[in-house]
Design a protein around this ligand. Sequence first.
Ligand code: SF4
Length: 365
Amino acid sequence: MSESRTQNSISKRLLSWFQQDPEPMPWRGSTDPYAIWLSEVMLQQTQIRTVIPYWNNFMVRYPDPQSLADATEDEVLSDWAGLGYYSRGRNLHRAAKQIVQNHNGQFPKKPEDVRNLPGVGEYTTAAVCSIAFGEPLAVVDGNVERVICRHRALSGDSRKGETKVHIRKWAQEWIDPEQAGDHNQAVMDLGRKVCTPKNPNCSACPISTDCLAFESGEPERWPTPRKRRATEKQRWCSAILLIGEDVLLLPGNTELLPRHSGPVLARWDKENESPADVLKKEFMKRGLPVPQLMGHGDVYKHAITHRQLEIQPLLYRWENEVPHDSKRIPLSEPDRLPALHRKAVIAIQPFISGTSKGVDLVHDS
Ligand code: SF4
């Protein structure tokens, strides 16, 4: 069989497999570029079942670029809370403003205009333009990389050099220009559901007959494992500042959560210092008065990229002047905070309700 006929047959098999049993998702079937863009941004690094309620809520609260642009960044981030990777929420908001300003509120159609929106890369451009407008642009995400590396037995780091170039070449050759959106969704679904990182289900795969990895009998040998950055364990302290029944939020620690307000964080890396000492220094460093320490919650864990954090939450009563750059949320609404801070507020609740200790870390130096 000639190469082009093989490609054609791959796309046919993928499309027929996808169209038999497409996984239901609320944005599937839509050709509204705004709705598709929203889903694609939310789906980055996030599971489908987590995204669905957020997507539904955003489509009700912000049904088009204009309504998203009209909201404040705080409102958008508050609705985003819990989805993680907050830069996505900020970029979404900035992109909506750009759409209103430069495209009269209409989601742009040209791939180069879509690619120019904040937070939009090659992948999102291809996904939105193929699904909404039928542009024959192949998507390449981690799932697609895995499928192609296995099918063509491509070695090397799939994100670099020649391997990366070859993956893109194959992805583009496979695509059916008449059904680009469905084709892209089919390859991604195949990678997610069948050609999984571990134990790929080759017997259920529509493209197994010409898959070189399947033929080898060891499909998991591809893609070549990437060198991982070593994880680093770090200890931090979090100061939850109580003001009345609210939590006072101050500009965040840029090392962990850039451009975000929350409890005050400080690295706790010296054995001979108590968490209260560490936070006292942090308040002084920021030119803030040291508030009255009340107690602590249990240490909690949180992972951010290569960091495994153990965080000691301490509770303070804030009775000083309220800093001009602060915000506040009710203590009863920790869900409005990113997970790192939400966990701190939840961890401190037993102390507040009087069911926990609060003395051994309260000493000050
Ligand atoms: S045959 Fe197996 S390894 Fe090859 S693409 Fe299908 S699921 Fe992946």
